[in-house]
Design a binder for this molecule. Sequence first.
Ligand code: ACO
Length: 370
Amino acid sequence: MTATKGLEGIVATTSSISSIFDGVLTYRGYDIDDLAEHASFEEVAYLLWFGKLPNAQELQSLQQDLSNYAAIPDKLIQQIKLYPQDANTMAALRSAVSALALYDEAADDMSREANEKKAVQLQAQLPTIIAAIARVRQGKEPVAPKAGASIAENFLYMLRGEQPDETSIKALDQALVLHADHELNASTFASRVTVATLSDIYSGVTSAIGALKGPLHGGANEAVMKMLNEVGTLDKAEAYIQEKLDNREKIMGFGHRVYKNGDPRAKHLQKMSRELGKMKGDTTLYDMSVLIEETVTGQKGLKPNVDFYSASVYTQLGIEHELFTPIFAISRVSGWTAHILEQYDGNRIIRPRAEYTGLTDQKYVPVELR
Ligand code: ACO
């Protein structure tokens, strides 16, 4: 038995949800470029869960359900108010989603119908939880969800406490489409491993949030913004990156296990970052990002991944960097729950082997003789 570090190249499951072939990402056979250009996030979530794009009536019915389920229990809001003010937002989200299960009488109902409903509920409630965490941290009261609003509109509304502008809604909606699913990424794999024991959907999503938090996965978008803040001005960008590369440090937002010739999602976020900068009349963040990309790609051949330009996009939307990875979760919970539903269908426990590299032939020595 020989282990492959990081399971690189290992095909661990079959899936009909999303695929990456020759650098092209598709959801249920639809090219991500096509969806990013034309589809709303709600259409994409429906596509991931149910395998087809919704017709007008199916879409309306999903929007209605998302709207109906968006509120979170008062007791959960009370809990969120007890979290330390400086708590990591992803840690707070992980705790809140885990606690959400306590208020759902159907949490352990393993029927397909109940789990589909919980997928839609989780999709509806994650934005509400994150907006509540953000507002409570600022000493403000959470804002109740707005009936009839899309996920993107509602999230910005609950965060800001006022109606967001159309440009922000459109940009966030497109970012959500781009982050919705990504084959067997680390957090999705974590969710599938958890529910393959026939544990519940909340446990699967809680595991996934824990995996997404790390800076080698979703946490990279926050780390990118910290880097841009440290760089500060355009004239310092090249030297800053050069020093990091000379020290063999990783540059956040670059590289990918599967894409070696570039992440197909990055170009959409780059375009969005440029357009938002132009609209604001200040392209500093975009220009700095481009220079960093030129330096990293020029020196190491590494291309930006989905996290790199999303940092400048979210900042230009006025969103604080602690919310970048939680926003990733707002989108990816659609993919996680689609994979969880797929895992339950014809489930088998996921239990691989380890190549043993430890000591052998040890003999027990009584504690007083050690
Ligand atoms: N900056 C500098 N060097 C890098 C980077 C980077 N961002 N990424 C990879 N490398 C180098 C590694 O140091 C290594 O070099 P070596 O062979 O000389 O030691 C080589 O490229 C291979 O890198 P690995 O880390 O082995 O690649 P792996 O496939 O295991 O990891 C990962 C992929 C985690 C994405 C990695 O590229 C990385 O850490 N990137 C930065 C974090 C990041 O942006 N994560 C988000 C990924 S996208 C997502 O999850 C949403």
